[in-house]
Design a protein around this ligand. Sequence first.
Ligand code: ACO
Length: 447
Amino acid sequence: MGTVEEAKADESVASPSGTRDALSVIDRRTGKSYELPIVNGTIRAMDLRQMRTGPSDFGLMSYDPAFLNTAACTSRITFIDGDAGILRYRGYPIEVLAEKCTYLEVAYLLRNGELPTRAQYDQWVKDITYHTMIHESLKKLMDAFNYDAHPMGMLIATVAAMSTFYPEARDVHSRESRTKQIHRLIAKMPTIAAFAYKHAMGMPYVYPSNDLGYCENFLTMLFKTPAENYRPNPALVKALDVLFILHADHEQNCGTAVMRGIGSAHTDPYSALAGAAAALYGPLHGGANEEVLKMLEEIGSISRVPAFIKEVKEGKGEKRLMGFGHRVYKNFDPRAKIIKRMAEEVFQVTGRNPLLDIALELERIALQDEYFVKRKLYPNVDFYSGLIYQAIGIPSDAFTVLFAIPRTSGWLAQWEELLEDPEEKIARPRQVYLGSGERAFLPMERR
Ligand code: ACO
């Protein structure tokens, strides 16, 4: 039983209708009060629209550039607690999945919501593996890129072109068709990525081998040549598989928001995924892993780390410590912790990447420097992943491609969730218009 004071406090917080799950608002422009229901910790932005100053007033909107505090969907796929450094796929902690699962098992989990049984897993792997080849015309299309084309540019364009090969993919409401496109996309991304790499190297493409596992096949397509056989080191195959698990999904980030945005127009998944990959390409998003390597190479030695940190601090946002900071994680990025541990394991096979020492020193200084501490800037997923990719032998301009391969399963799971959501509608944000009012037109000779 509560005290009298608690009862009074309860009364003061209860809304006029008696519920505590509501926000009471007084619109000072009109003196009217409103009660907005709070569901799942949110108010409905559309509930603001009823607040008007008169019949010609459109109604109140919220203004949220870059969606800093706006939930655009409900989702049951990925949970992040940025303050506590928690990441879970379908309820399973990322640390557990990274230790105990394969990437394809996680891709199944993301799509279906449950971990597969042995029979389900075998079927899923078989269905995906069946689709690893790409159409020969798609290969010719890739041939047409310039010798120095960026692998991400090639990947984006080739994935978009795939929509012309599978016109039935436009039937986005058929689960059967969606399933097929999901198998195809997860299967073909490594092939396209490897072909992009081979094209950039001026080397012949190596076709997929369906007797190999997902990551083993990918590494083989990258590094085998007609002249030499290649068997990837199992430790590197395992490391790549873990990296793929860590990158598979990350709720409503920039690329995924694009996937959902394009998907909301009922566009086919190839076109939507090309858009998501284009967002990922940006240096503030998945392109950061490439930028981290450039930065470490630019710094060049441990002795130059303090001077670099000074430049970042004095640059006031102009120059950033790439691989640091995150919109959601304000404590630590749990993926970065796993990757840092894994980097050591990979270096036991490949030899130590000399840039690691510069990265460790950057991290050490940044984590105790007031500028970074105050702004809650910690290493993110991209800070150490590039060092591992480089140790495996992958050139830095292909790093973001290695991010796009596993993120494909997350993008597709989010796309399908959107299509099955009863609240789904075409995405169409509002704007606050600050331009001129109506103006009289002046003919050119009088301007
Ligand atoms: N280095 C130096 N300063 C930084 C950095 C950084 N990496 N990141 C943020 N800041 C500073 C900003 O200058 C700003 O300072 P101010 O308050 O004095 O103006 C403050 O920290 C807040 O920064 P915002 O840009 O408002 O943070 P936001 O949440 O919008 O940005 C982002 C997040 C884009 C990831 C940012 O931290 C960044 O640019 N990091 C470097 C790029 C990077 O590593 N991206 C990969 C992210 S993970 C991923 O997408 C897969």
